[in-house]
Write a protein that binds this ligand. Structure first.
Ligand SMILES: NC(=O)c1ccc[n+]([C@@H]2O[C@H](COP(=O)([O-])OP(=O)(O)OC[C@H]3O[C@@H](n4cnc5c(N)ncnc54)[C@H](O)[C@@H]3O)[C@@H](O)[C@H]2O)c1
Length: 449
């Protein structure tokens, strides 16, 4: 199924059709439409694990090429540039300050694969410079930041696609259609699992010399100034750079769950408990988090972390082949309980199966890893100015499920009520201090984008 069809069908299903349609026409006017065969010129920002995968993946698409590969560690950028040369004729330039990319008139878009604390500011600067953006998940570090990303995308009429690639999976569309058909009955409970294998983890925070070539100050960017240490560089563990495993991994399933449920509005209240009880790790983001979300007419839970070795991720045969996972020990599953049937849904290509009470399988759809559609969808939207499959607006609402749970956890597991219009907590003022990070001078996300 062509990805634009997925985009169109999902897009038409949302309540924001009128607003978004108006936006699409202005976006088309704002930038001359490219023809289907026109080359899309990209710059990569963040040449780590995911950046390398995007560099090779995007450069392997027809008429897509990288002009710049940027990392605050030039050795990493050079390594990725070498991989890209094998995929495209043009040799990309290695850059250490991504602001240089914004001055380049040839560049259509940037792919941002930095740690999370840079996502919002880099996206907003890119939009202000007239560049389209593919930004990795979790798109924002806080709720306020996410709102500013939407404002920038709309104000500068930019395409902003988020790396929630499950939105481009054809099987996610058929799962959503199945739920809509009513065969499952009324959905009453959605259980999201993201229990990764783990162990004791005690990062070394002793200040150490900055590794040769690395610009640590620019790595920190908007985050508070701290000396370099090997433990800090493992950024998933620290609230200043990331929302932990919950944001780094569970966000994929929370987003997929929202999509197949028809993108419901924000939950009325959220509570999240957990901690480092399993292995006593000395890191800020917890080994285990269990959240409960009260939506209007159903309840969602999410159990996430690195606190048990009883579950495992789907392997390649399950993500890209014909094999189904053993659902009870699969840690990437979503269970959707209707009043008549149960849907088991896996991310990143696994697919879905529906069972009745006696365990009888009544429907299924298998998939393959959706990067295959998600990257081309971005390139197509840069040309056509259509809204991408994982536009920043719905991605923001999915990211907020992470932020709601993390805020509840960080204030001691209190149940928080949330006003979805003002995007503020209504029953506990101190929770609102988590809406917006304390930025360093020169790296502030502006109030007015
Ligand atoms: N969608 C997915 O399936 C998926 C999979 C893995 C990772 N991710 C996401 O991709 C992002 C990157 O993750 P990763 O695992 O590649 O991390 P990583 O630590 O391997 O890479 C991050 C890179 O960004 C660089 N960087 C930091 N600040 C920079 C700046 N100001 N300018 C340029 N480069 C800068 C770092 O030096 C590093 O090389 C994260 O948001 C992560 O959640 C998404």
């Amino acid at each position: 199924m062509p990805s634009t069809n997925v985009s169109r069908r999902r897009f038409l299903a949302t309540t924001a059709v009128a607003t978004s349609t108006a936006w699409m026409s202005t976006a088309r006017r704002a930038r001359a439409q490219k023809s289907p065969g026109d080359t899309v010129v990209l710059g990569l920002i963040g040449a780590g694990g995911r950046g390398a995968s995007h560099a090779v993946g995007f450069a392997g698409l027809e008429n897509v090429q990288f002009k710049h590969i940027c990392d605050v560690n030039p050795a990493k950028a050079a390594n990725v540039a070498r991989q890209v040369i094998e995929k495209q004729k043009r040799e990309p330039e290695v850059v250490t300050d991504f602001r240089r990319l914004f001055d380049d008139k040839d560049l259509d878009a940037v792919v941002i694969a930095t740690p999370e604390h840079w996502h919002a500011l880099a996206t907003i600067w890119a939009c202000q410079a007239g560049k389209d953006v593919y930004v990795e998940k979790n798109p924002s570090l806080t709720i306020w930041e996410g709102r500013k990303m939407i404002e920038a995308a709309r104000k500068y009429r930019r395409i902003v696609q988020v790396g929630f690639q499950n939105r481009s999976a054809p099987y996610a569309v058929t799962a959503r259609d199945y739920l809509r058909s009513g065969k499952l009955g009324k959905v009453v409970l959605v259980k999201v699992y993201n229990l990764l294998q783990g162990g004791s983890w005690n990062p070394d925070l002793t200040p150490a010399p900055v590794p040769p070539g690395l610009d640590w100050d620019r790595w920190l960017g908007p985050a508070p100034e701290v000396p370099y240490s090997p433990g800090r560089a493992y950024w998933y563990d620290w609230w200043d750079y990331c929302g932990g495993v919950y944001s780094g991994d569970a966000s994929h399933q929370l987003d997929l769950a929202r999509m197949v449920l028809g993108d419901p509005p924000a939950p009325k209240s959220t509570v999240c408990l957990g901690g480092n009880q399993a292995f006593g790790s000395k890191r800020e983001t917890p080994e285990l988090q269990c959240a409960t979300y009260a939506f209007d007419d159903f309840t969602m839970t999410c159990d996430s972390g690195t606190a048990t070795n009883m579950m495992r991720k789907s392997n390649n045969d399950e993500r890209n082949g014909t094999k189904w996972p053993h659902w009870p020990t699969n840690n990437e599953r979503i269970e959707i309980y209707g009043t008549k049937q149960l849907m088991m849904l896996g991310r990143h290509g696994v697919g879905w199966q529906v069972f009745e009470t006696d365990g009888k399988l009544v429907a299924e759809d298998k998939g393959v890893h959706p990067d295959k559609w998600h990257r081309p969808n971005f390139a197509e939207c840069v040309r056509s100015r259509e809204l991408p499959n994982s536009d920043i607006e719905q991605a923001h609402h999915s990211a907020n499920l992470v932020h709601l749970a993390n805020t509840s956890f960080r204030i001691g597991g209190r149940q928080l009520t949330f006003d979805p219009v003002a995007e503020r907590f209504t029953n506990h003022e101190p929770a609102n201090t988590f809406l917006r990070p304390n930025y360093r001078k020169d790296y502030r996300v502006p109030d007015a984008v």
